[in-house]
Ligand binder design. Structure first.
Ligand SMILES: *[C@@H]1O[C@H](CO)[C@@H](O)[C@H](O)[C@H]1NC(C)=O
Ligand SMILES: *[C@@H]1O[C@H](CO)[C@@H](O)[C@H](O)[C@H]1NC(C)=O
Ligand SMILES: *[C@@H]1O[C@H](CO)[C@@H](O)[C@H](O)[C@H]1NC(C)=O
Ligand SMILES: *[C@@H]1O[C@H](CO)[C@@H](O)[C@H](O)[C@H]1NC(C)=O
Ligand SMILES: *[C@@H]1O[C@H](CO)[C@@H](O)[C@H](O)[C@H]1NC(C)=O
Ligand SMILES: *[C@@H]1O[C@H](CO)[C@@H](O)[C@H](O)[C@H]1NC(C)=O
Ligand SMILES: *[C@@H]1O[C@H](CO)[C@@H](O)[C@H](O)[C@H]1NC(C)=O
Ligand SMILES: *[C@@H]1O[C@H](CO)[C@@H](O)[C@H](O)[C@H]1NC(C)=O
Ligand SMILES: *[C@@H]1O[C@H](CO)[C@@H](O)[C@H](O)[C@H]1NC(C)=O
Ligand SMILES: *[C@@H]1O[C@H](CO)[C@@H](O)[C@H](O)[C@H]1NC(C)=O
Length: 416
């Protein structure tokens, strides 16, 4: 179960991802490329999520093209993500939705809802399993790099393993990874590096990141600014833009690399979509920093005890980031009203378990426990994995195991 993410909250406050160089392209060039990209989007047979991602990163979100592309992406996500898309394609869908301030955990279209992050985790697990077993992924290492990047930015489980495997591939003398693959792998490993505290693994990622960035810089110096070919420049620029710490104290002459891009007349949608962020000095890592107040969801939370003893009931309304696990709701309620919503958990092999709320503790001997319900239906998942929906009413109800027959009565008696 590589993708279990017990208790890992969605912490979007990325530090250190702010780009400092950038190509400082003229607004005129940016507008021209944005228009070209929109024209291309209209004649495609399938939506290209990279285009939406680029529009969001350059903050060109107000017109019809953006709305239409977003809707199309949602429609394809609910109808085809599971069976027709590769892991890397799903990763780009997740990134494009995320950058549009949409909730990739609950994508809705045609009256259907899909958890696209879960689809991505499942597909990433398959890639990783094959990579571990056979030394090659199910699709490509480029896809696996996108998977790790999207999962890391969403703070969903599974990206650490994928990033570590990518680092090993980068450092293996036998692997011949393209510039595109190494660039996206560098973005994914950077995100992971900033999230990780295991020193051994950080060291491995550091080595791989230092290798990729220095080899890009070497190539740029040798080839007058070019890294790979003109179509890989967008991703290479994004990678160098966001990884200064791994090639410091060496400096990057971004002017030289940007000049190569400026001189080319791009006429291919994907290349434009990848180069546009770099032209304005942002990268895919900045997706997590986009100002999405609509990424918040509202959850009503009620705690109730009707069993003999001290009956109580408190309710509150909290705002958490879309995709947060239930534990975040409990934590937010506790932060805001510690007197009413204090709680305690204990770690179990299934993740954190709530053992006490408002000072009232579960008692296995009496069969009492805190049961969680979502809109009145008992939850099948733990607080560390269940992700409440916007507007959902979560109840924590102090109750007694059903089916204990007489022992239920016993439970109550003992409780008294
Ligand atoms: C970016 O370019 C504009 C003019 O095109 C200039 O005024 C500005 O100082 C430049 N900024 C940086 C950081 O180079
Ligand atoms: C990166 O690692 C590869 C494989 O070990 C090696 O061949 C290459 O020289 C390294 N490049 C740099 C710049 O360290
Ligand atoms: C960076 O590259 C540009 C263009 O090739 C060159 O004119 C400039 O001197 C370089 N800057 C540094 C600091 O090396
Ligand atoms: C871009 O490429 C298409 C064909 O791929 C061609 O029809 C069009 O004229 C080109 N546009 C420019 C501005 O080069
Ligand atoms: C985010 O957007 C809101 C509403 O547009 C604005 O009030 C707020 O200052 C912005 N925050 C940041 C950090 O840009
Ligand atoms: C949640 O609480 C708010 C007021 O705090 C209320 O207006 C709303 O109807 C409640 N929603 C549900 C589903 O209970
Ligand atoms: C708590 O519940 C009461 C009664 O259902 C309701 O009037 C009130 O708005 C709720 N408060 C919050 C903060 O949800
Ligand atoms: C959105 O949620 C964040 C994190 O929970 C919180 O800090 C912020 O105040 C919320 N904003 C709104 C507008 O509810
Ligand atoms: C606890 O709940 C009560 C009743 O809902 C409310 O009056 C009180 O303000 C809450 N305590 C805190 C610290 O918010
Ligand atoms: C809450 O628990 C009590 C005691 O077991 C039970 O009578 C009641 O039906 C429960 N409420 C819900 C909404 O399940």
């Amino acid at each position: 179960m590589l993708s279990m993410a017990f208790g890992i909250g969605v912490l979007l406050a990325l530090s250190g991802s702010t780009a400092t160089n950038g190509c400082n392209a003229s607004q005129q060039l940016v507008s021209k490329l944005v228009q070209l990209m929109k024209d291309f989007a209209e004649v495609e047979a399938m939506p290209i999520p990279s285009l939406l991602l680029a529009l969001n990163l350059v903050r060109d979100t107000s017109d019809y093209a953006h709305k239409w592309l977003l809707q199309w992406i949602k429609e394809v996500a609910v109808t085809r993500a599971q069976k027709d898309l590769t892991s890397g394609e799903v990763a780009l869908y997740v990134l494009s939705l995320f950058s549009s301030c949409q909730d990739p955990w609950h994508v809705q279209a045609f009256g259907k809802t899909i958890d696209l992050v879960q689809v991505l985790q499942q597909k990433t697990d398959e890639e990783v399993a094959k990579l571990v077993a056979d030394g090659i992924p199910k699709s490509t290492l480029y896809s696996v790099s996108l998977d790790a990047l999207a999962l890391c930015l969403a703070r969903a489980g599974g990206y650490r393993v994928a990033s570590v495997l990518l680092a090993k591939q980068v450092l293996s003398p036998d692997s011949q990874l393209s510039v595109d693959t190494r660039a996206v792998a560098a973005l994914a490993m950077t995100c992971t590096y900033r999230q990780m505290d295991l020193q051994d693994l950080k060291h491995l990622l550091w080595k791989a990141l230092s290798n990729v960035t220095n080899s890009f810089l070497n190539e740029q110096e040798k080839r007058g600014g070019m890294i790979g070919n003109i179509y890989s420049m967008g991703l290479a620029l994004q990678a160098l833009e966001s990884t200064q710490e791994f090639y410091a104290p060496r400096k990057w002459n971004s002017t030289q690399a940007c000049n190569v891009v400026f001189k080319h007349d791009y006429n291919q949608s994907m290349a434009i979509a990848q180069v546009l962020p770099a032209l304005v000095g942002v990268t895919y890592l900045d997706v997590a920093d986009l100002n999405c107040t609509t990424n918040n969801i509202t959850v009503n939370y009620t705690i109730t005890n009707t069993l003999p003893g001290t009956p109580f009931s408190y309710n509150t309304t909290v705002h958490v980031l879309a995709g947060s696990v239930l534990l975040k709701v409990l934590e937010r309620a506790q932060e805001e009203e510690p007197d009413n919503f204090s709680f305690q958990t204990k770690p179990t092999s299934w993740g954190p378990m709530v053992i006490s709320i408002h000072g009232l503790a579960a008692d296995p001997d009496r069969g009492t426990y805190w049961q969680f319900l979502g809109d009145g239906v008992p939850l099948q998942e733990g607080v560390g994995t269940y992700k409440p929906r916007n507007g959902e009413h979560i109840q924590a109800n102090f109750t007694i195991y059903k089916g204990k027959g007489e022992s239920t009565m016993e439970g109550i008696k003992t409780y008294l």
